[in-house]
Design a protein around this ligand. Structure first.
Ligand SMILES: Cc1cc2nc3c(=O)[nH]c(=O)nc-3n(C[C@H](O)[C@H](O)[C@H](O)COP(=O)(O)OP(=O)(O)OC[C@H]3O[C@@H](n4cnc5c(N)ncnc54)[C@H](O)[C@@H]3O)c2cc1C
Length: 369
């Protein structure tokens, strides 16, 4: 069982220590790494700015098989065999290739954490110098560091990732109390020109939201409008940026999993099953380093290759070269603030990237030990 030590106010004592593995971020990606390291015999420290499971980071929809494969089924809320798709012209009902379920975020994080063996501290990670991670409570030193901190990639060595000028989608949802029986999406330009809207029932609440692949498109008004169209209250907001491009999975001695590495299916904006998948993979690499079957440098190479193995080229930067509108690449003018036509090649869109990902990504075929 992990020891938890949420520090608040006066209890926020200085933190100055070493550990074998430091996992920054205690959500899907970070807790999957910790699960894999449970039997490694290493001193593992997990840090997050919030208590484990305190702040929900998604609509919590996932193929049901993943919950069973990781023994997380006790967090399951509702299961759907069909997806209802609304367009302005028609509504269609599709049988899903596998069922989807919604789950309770706090319960899932608790169950996943219980499968690990680590110490936990609440601390905000501010940055890194080499193998020293700086937090608001002090410095933590470790030879093996994982950044599972989400889209910001706080421990990366490149330029800070700055929306809306980065490869990011944006998503916002409300969580009105109520119930429903259908997993629904809307592909409707009146809500979002490039993206989709959704309604995911989860027992006693419904998660209603809008996601836009174009980061400059604001999703609050359409989210409120969709909730109103569905006779739901626009209350209990939850929103964030969602990476839609792969980033390097290892850089400058740090491993990245989940959103920090862009491990998110760009078309659907799903990043939970991918954070599990790559979190477990990174944990396996680290376990091999701890048992000295692999050097840290080799493990970094493997992590980087895991991305290449998916057929997606790793990126050096996180800035889209152009905004593409109606097939014409438009780049920001160097001289003025206006937009000017240019020959800058447009990057592959979420549809193309998803096709590559989905062609390689596999559902679990049984329990993952
Ligand atoms: C509105 C919305 C709905 C979504 N719905 C779904 C869905 O239904 N299904 C799906 O598969 N995906 C969904 N996603 C995407 C999914 O939420 C992410 O891809 C997923 O959460 C990534 O997991 P992660 O562990 O990498 O990062 P996160 O879940 O973002 O976790 C990052 C962790 O790091 C902590 N942290 C961040 N910064 C710091 C810091 N500086 N110091 C300390 N701690 C820090 C956070 O508190 C958090 O615990 C949705 C996204 C949005 C925005």
């Amino acid at each position: 069982m992990p020891q938890r030590a949420t520090k608040r106010g006066q209890e926020r004592t200085p933190l100055d220590r070493d550990c074998d593995v430091l996992i920054c971020g205690a959500s899907f990606g970070g807790l999957a790494v910790a699960r894999e390291l449970a039997s490694a015999g290493a001193e593992v420290l997990v840090v997050d700015r919030y208590e484990i499971g305190e702040r929900q980071t998604s609509a919590c929809g996932i193929p049901t098989d993943w919950l069973y494969a990781l023994d997380l089924q006790d967090s399951l809320q509702q299961t759907f065999a069909q997806l209802v798709i609304h367009t302005p012209h028609a509504t269609a009902r599709f049988d899903l290739p596998w069922t989807f379920s919604t789950f309770d975020y706090r319960a899932l994080c608790g169950l996943l954490a219980d499968q690990g063996s680590f110490e936990f501290e609440t601390a905000t990670v501010n940055g890194r110098t080499g193998h020293t991670v700086h937090t608001d409570r002090g410095d933590i030193r470790s030879q093996l560091i994982v950044d599972a901190l989400g889209w910001r990639r706080v421990l990366g060595s490149g330029e800070p990732i700055q929306p809306p000028d980065a490869f990011l989608s944006r998503g916002l949802e409300v969580h009105p109390l109520g119930s429903g029986q259908e997993l629904e999406v809307w592909i409707d330009r009146s809500y979002v020109p490039a993206g989709y809207a959704w309604s995911f029932p989860a027992e006693n609440e419904v998660r209603v939201g809008v996601g836009s692949f174009e980061p400059r498109f604001h999703v609050k008004e359409p989210t409120v409008r969709l909730a109103s169209d569905l006779d739901r209250d626009a209350i209990r907001y939850q929103g964030n940026w969602i990476p839609h491009r792969i980033r390097r999975a290892a850089e400058d001695g740090v491993f990245f999993v989940g959103d920090s590495a862009g491990h998110c299916l760009p078309l659907t904006a799903e990043g939970i099953r991918t954070a599990f998948y790559f979190g477990l993979a990174a944990g396996r690499e680290l376990k091999n380093v701890i048992s000295e079957r692999l050097t840290a440098q080799h493990a970094e190479g493997d992590a980087a290759q895991a991305v290449c193995g998916l057929g997606v080229r790793p990126l050096s930067g996180d800035r889209p070269p152009a905004v593409r509108r109606r097939g014409v690449a438009i780049a920001r003018s160097r001289r003025g603030s206006g937009l000017a036509r240019s020959r800058t090649p447009a990057s592959p869109g979420p549809v193309e990237e998803s096709a590559v990902w989905l062609g390689k990504f596999r559902q679990p075929s049984g329990p993952i030990r």
